[in-house]
Design a protein around this ligand. Structure first.
Ligand SMILES: *Cc1c(COP(=O)(O)O)cnc(C)c1O
Length: 394
């Protein structure tokens, strides 16, 4: 068992706690659900806010054989930390640090001939063979070569492969409606992807991996698994199809909890305005509790409640669920704790996976967004602390 650095909380007031056992259990579950396909754990965006390197190591321990990042700097950070597994970085711009990618043995993606040209030039320069995944737009309308440009991209890449500077190791695409498994666009995209693969193979491509499935498709669309699946959200224990299955229904356990300590508790009379613009007013004599987290930490301002705002996101304090009262500020928000027995220093759980704790999904609903956004936006100023086997206790 590899040991992880325990990120000692540098501040006493709040933390993002990440359970690496949950990450490992989720990856093991996804590996089973992937059938014969390999698992690429997607760790972009600092592992959806959970911490790039500890999550990557845990995922690899549990059976993932690939890691996926969006930008190249994330892939290079994995290499700098000593992670040697296959890594694909798929979001690159003209003038990218391709030489660093090739030198660090990072797989890269190309959606257009200019990228093939730049990658080939970097490979000639470094004297190493670049590994390239060609991406087709099978219908998402985001990255990937549009269908009419696929032949040109394939031929350009195979020309460079014949020269010996790069290897086309992957053919891939991404789905638009995986979170609606019954949507007809899924079948249309699958057909388009199969056609693109067949075309590339007819031109002589011999890809090591063909890959299409994100978390939702890994769970619900087995026809899309091919050789490799690319789950992100499910690795973190959250359901990508929350209106159809809760994470627990598919054997997944949330890895992140966000916890803080009340910095102030005080009694106020009825009719007391709370926080900016007094969106919320106390309806009786009550106890207000101050939570030292705000939108600069990643608490959405949409978690506010009161006049013109939403219902307020739920928070657990000493076994009781309360909602954000009034406006979320930059560094703080307020709770109306009624007559609860609380004092400064008591723990507040914004969301987590434990008994009675609100979930990231409930936060997403209160804020009219998706759980992806809730977990991935917590700021670096909040320390990540890690729990689970292999974590060294301070
Ligand atoms: C983010 C991303 C994934 C993972 O998506 P989830 O829905 O989190 O599983 C997979 N592939 C690509 C290209 C992505 O951008």
């Amino acid at each position: 068992m590899v040991t992880h650095d325990f990120a000692r909380p540098s501040v006493p007031h709040a933390e993002v706690r990440v359970d690496l056992d949950a990450i490992r259990a989720n990856v093991a579950e996804l590996a089973v659900r992937a059938g014969g396909a390999d698992v690429m754990a997607v760790v972009k965006a600092d592992a959806y806010g959970h911490g790039l390197v500890p999550v990557a190591r845990a995922a690899l321990e549990a059976g993932a054989s690939w890691l996926g990042t969006a930008v190249l700097t994330e892939a290079l950070a994995l290499r700098a930390a000593g992670v040697t597994a296959r890594v694909l970085a798929w979001l690159c711009a003209p003038g990218e640090r391709w030489s660093d990618a090739v030198a660090a043995d990072v797989d890269v993606s190309a959606s257009a001939p200019w990228a093939v040209g730049e990658i080939a030039a970097a490979a000639r320069e470094t004297g190493r063979v670049a590994r390239v995944h060609l991406k087709v737009d099978s219908g998402l309308g985001r990255s990937g070569a549009p269908r009419q440009a696929w032949a040109g991209l394939v031929d350009e890449a195979l020309k460079a492969q014949a020269e010996g500077v790069l290897e086309v190791v992957g053919l891939w695409s991404h789905l638009a409606f995986a979170d609606e498994p019954g949507h007809p666009e899924n079948a249309a995209q699958l057909e388009a992807f199969n056609a693109a693969v067949a075309f590339a193979e007819s031109r002589g491509a011999r890809p090591e991996v063909r890959h299409l499935a994100n978390s939702a498709a890994t769970l619900a669309l087995p026809d899309t698994h091919f050789d490799l699946v690319r789950p992100g959200l499910a690795v973190y224990g959250l359901s990508p199809i929350p209106d159809q299955v809760a994470s627990a229904d598919v054997g997944l356990r949330p890895a992140m909890s966000v916890r803080a300590r009340l910095t102030l508790v005080k009694r106020v009379p009825a009719g007391h305005g709370v926080s900016y613009s007094h969106l919320y007013t106390t309806d009786r004599e009550t106890t207000l509790g101050l939570v030292p987290l705000g939108y600069a930490d990643g608490v959405p301002r949409h978690a506010s409640s009161g006049a013109g705002a939403g219902p307020g996101a739920p928070v657990l304090v000493n076994g009781v669920t309360r909602r954000v009262a009034g406006r979320v500020c930059m560094d703080q928000f307020v709770l109306d704790l009624r007559d609860d027995a609380v004092q400064a220093g008591d723990e507040v759980v914004l969301f987590g996976g434990g008994e009675g704790e609100p979930t990231a999904q409930q936060w997403a609903e209160a804020c009219q967004t998706i759980s992806y956004e809730i977990v991935s936006r917590f700021a670096p100023r909040l320390p990540r602390t890690y729990v689970g086997a292999g974590v060294e206790r301070p």
